[in-house]
Design a protein around this ligand. Structure first.
Ligand SMILES: NC(=O)c1ccc[n+]([C@@H]2O[C@H](COP(=O)([O-])OP(=O)(O)OC[C@H]3O[C@@H](n4cnc5c(N)ncnc54)[C@H](OP(=O)(O)O)[C@@H]3O)[C@@H](O)[C@H]2O)c1
Length: 327
């Protein structure tokens, strides 16, 4: 079978390759053998290949934070799964044609949902859901602000916030995305500028903005901070600019803003299994109703992994790049 692997860190398209490895054995008692149907390429995957992610794998390493799979064979003591079931593995190393997963690391999903959309369930919708629900007690009518608002996470935030009646101010770097984001529920769409706080004040009639969600880092944090009410929270979950966060003493001391970070990985390690399952079933149901949806620009098979990772790092994509290891 084929797997994607990298043997040294560097620019993704230079170091990643699709290689042939021996087929997997039959599953152990508590294991399930699955065909991987689809896996999105996320910025974190690229960061892992470049050596900048929070976890440094031993090389050579496989990768892929998420996928969706179909059950091929189940171990003798496995219950609740059968051949043909659609499943979400909670573990990593998903850019492979087949994998063995222990049954407690698998979530059974309905089989009538778009596979590409389901393949993006584990990371971005869960990130959006947890950031909206676990940090600030947001009530209907409250305002939040976010940047990189057209990203997969950003679009999930817009849609999940709309469902909860939370209003969103969305910063994008391409003005032409305004209507598209409004169509999925964004209340305000703006471009970053030195006058951001004044624009936000005007457009919200001076409403208190209680949470800023940032994937970029660098000096945009200063401008997001200026949009916030006193004692609000800035939640940083990405480093797209590659720059360190800038925040002023005025913001930390006099506005008493709280700056913290979000990483999905420790959340999934510390949450009770029942809560994880409940969250993913809720999010999968939203996907089934198209209430959560992220556009896909192109799918690639595993042989074209170099082209796929190169494409995924392009500026101004219209959607996600997805690998379909079994065609
Ligand atoms: N902490 C966590 O647990 C966690 C979990 C999931 C995702 N993330 C992070 O969330 C971010 C978004 O991920 P995603 O999968 O949703 O992304 P995505 O759908 O692949 O989209 C990438 C987005 O980043 C924007 N972008 C790229 N470089 C930028 C820059 N220098 N300045 C401003 N915007 C930039 C792109 O804007 P254009 O469309 O204009 O090119 C696009 O909106 C990434 O940083 C990712 O690592 C973190």
């Amino acid at each position: 079978m084929k797997v994607a692997q990298f043997s040294s860190t560097g620019k993704a398209e230079n170091v990643i390759e699709s290689i042939e490895v021996p087929n997997l054995p039959d599953p152990d008692n508590n294991e399930v053998l699955i065909d991987v149907l689809a896996c999105p390429i996320n910025p974190a995957d690229l960061l892992t290949i470049e050596g900048g992610y929070g976890v440094k794998p031993n090389l050579p390493a496989r990768l892929g934070a998420e996928c969706i799979g179909k059950v091929v064979k189940v171990g003798s003591s496995v219950q609740g799964f059968k051949k043909g079931d659609i499943v979400l593995p909670l573990d990593r190393e998903n850019w492979v044609q087949q994998k063995l997963v222990t049954q407690d690391n698998l979530i059974l999903l309905p089989s009538n949902i778009d596979i590409n959309q389901l393949s993006m369930l584990k990371v971005n919708p869960a990130t959006a859901y947890l950031m909206l629900n676990k940090y600030v007690n947001l009530k209907t009518g409250d305002w939040i602000i976010q940047d990189a608002a057209n990203s997969g996470v950003g679009q999930s935030i817009i849609r999940l916030a709309k469902i909860k009646g939370i209003k969103t101010i969305n910063i994008v770097r391409r003005k032409e995305l305004t209507q598209e984001l409004k169509n999925i529920g964004a209340d305000i769409v703006l471009q970053d500028s030195k006058d951001l706080a004044e624009e936000v004040k005007d457009l919200t009639n001076g409403a208190d903005v209680k949470l800023a969600i940032d994937a970029i880092g660098g000096d945009i944090i200063l401008r997001l901070g200026n949009c916030l009410a006193d004692e609000s929270t800035i939640l940083n979950y990405g480093l797209l600019s590659g720059k360190n966060i800038e925040i002023s003493a005025y913001q930390t001391v006099f506005k008493r803003l709280l700056l913290t970070g979000f990483w999905l990985s420790p959340w999934l390690q510390k949450m009770e299994r029942a809560e994880i399952f409940k969250m993913y079933h809720y999010l999968a149901e939203l996907i089934s109703k198209n209430s959560l949806y992220v556009p896909v620009e192109k799918t690639y098979n595993l042989d074209d992994i170099k082209m796929a990772v190169k494409h995924s790092s392009n500026y101004s994509r219209s959607g996600k790049i997805i690998i379909t290891p079994n065609g």
